[in-house]
Write a protein that binds this ligand. Structure first.
Ligand code: UDP
Length: 374
């Protein structure tokens, strides 16, 4: 019997490749008409620009295995994510660094001075921050929090930052030097030919049948095991209720030349309805000068409805309790493993998805070699 993998994103593709290389037969399904899930990239027909169809994905990692793996299937070009932000009519650099602090407060502080200056503004009475807001106030104080985080976070997540976990803010550093690299990981890059080409290359292995445009629910075949990377609640027909997601709407527009001079411009004020504008040719700096026109996305975030593409797991208290019940159901379901962002309902960066899929495929192949049940 062959294996079935549901979903042709990184998790599914990596598992399919590992099984195929070990001599197994695999049916890989994806109901969308393309591989690569939300990392899907394709060239815009009008301008030729490589477009991240479901929003920008920048690869960064501290895991050498994930970095080596992605480099095996495509050329990764050097790329450093440097984000700009508009707040209260001015442009700043993100993540918050010495340039941001000095421009915002009109100061000329050096690193140690800035550290003291921000410490004096931070709310020292919050010793164990519980929410996003408490975490921000205890780290950077009210002025920077209001300017860069309060409005943006409300737009992004649709709830007050007092109701969000502190962990969301921990994704971003605060730097007391002029390093404006958005990420702190040692490896960072962009695939020369886009993410879709990387996934297609991973899937070039004998023994993998790829079927696009077909959902798992419509397949009538028995499998040795199913690796399911779709939404965990959907697998159980939402019988316990729906897990909440944020979805994104992109308002695409084409302009002449260079629209905003950079790849990502965040709009931190609550009065602006979108969270950011991304300009896709700047995600490929090695080829950006080739294009006389440019493709931009205005990005809006909202609660996902039943037919919307799920992006960000919300993971508030209610969802976490529901997730626990679905995980119990999943553990009690023999013959199926749940993987990836949707299968485990966690907000995973691409590198973590790759690392976890590689670790999972190691375990699966070990078990298969010993003739055991996965
Ligand atoms: N954030 C913000 N203002 C910004 C950028 C980020 O308030 O200009 C907040 C927002 O809540 C976001 C979180 O910081 O979800 C983490 O930022 P990151 O860039 O990692 O966002 P993501 O990758 O989740 O879009």
């Amino acid at each position: 019997m062959r294996y079935c993998i549901v979903g042709a994103g990184f998790s599914g593709a990596i598992m399919a490749r590992a099984l195929a290389e070990a001599g197994h037969k695999v049916l890989l399904l994806d109901e969308r008409p393309h591989v690569a899930g939300n990392c899907h990239t394709s060239r815009d027909g009008e301008t030729g620009v490589m477009v991240h169809r479901f929003g920008p994905h920048i690869f960064h990692t501290a895991d050498e295995r994930a970095w080596t793996y992605i480099n095996r299937f495509g050329v990764m070009k050097p790329y450093v994510n440097r984000v700009k932000a508009q707040s209260q009519g001015r442009i700043y650099s993100l993540p918050i660094n010495l340039m941001t602090i000095n421009q915002f407060f009109g100061t000329t502080l050096r690193p140690d001075e800035a550290r003291q200056f921000i410490a004096a503004r931070a709310d020292q009475s919050i010793t164990a921050p519980q929410s996003f807001e408490e975490q921000a106030l205890s780290m950077i104080g009210p002025e920077l929090y209001r300017a860069f985080f309060h409005g943006y976070t409300k737009k992004q997540w649709g709830v007050s930052p007092t109701e969000l976990p502190a962990s969301i803010l921990n994704r971003l550093p605060v730097r007391f030097n002029y390093d404006d690299n958005y990420f702190s990981h040692p490896w960072q890059g962009m695939p020369q030919d886009g993410y879709t080409a990387i996934i297609e290359n991973i899937l070039k292995a004998e023994g993998i049948e790829l079927r696009l445009g077909q959902s798992f629910e419509t397949v009538d075949e028995r499998f040795a095991h199913v690796f399911y990377t779709g939404p965990i609640d959907r697998y159980f027909s939402y019988s316990l209720g729906r897990l909440g997601y944020r979805t994104l709407d992109f308002e695409a527009f084409v302009a002449d030349g260079d629209y905003q001079g950079t790849a990502v411009m965040n709009y931190c004020d609550e009065t602006v309805p979108y969270t950011r504008i991304t300009e896709h040719k700047h995600f490929a700096p090695w080829e950006q000068d080739r294009f006389t026109r440019t493709v931009c996305f205005r990005e809006y975030s909202r609660q996902a409805g039943a037919d919307d593409v799920p992006y960000y797991p919300i993971r508030q208290v209610g969802e976490k309790a529901l997730l626990t019940r679905y995980i119990e159901r999943a553990r009690a379901t023999p013959g199926v493993s749940f993987m990836g962002r949707l299968g485990t309902y966690r907000y995973l960066d691409m590198d973590v998805t790759i690392s976890e899929a590689l670790a999972a495929s190691d375990r699966v192949l070990d078990i298969a070699r010993q003739g055991g049940v996965i």
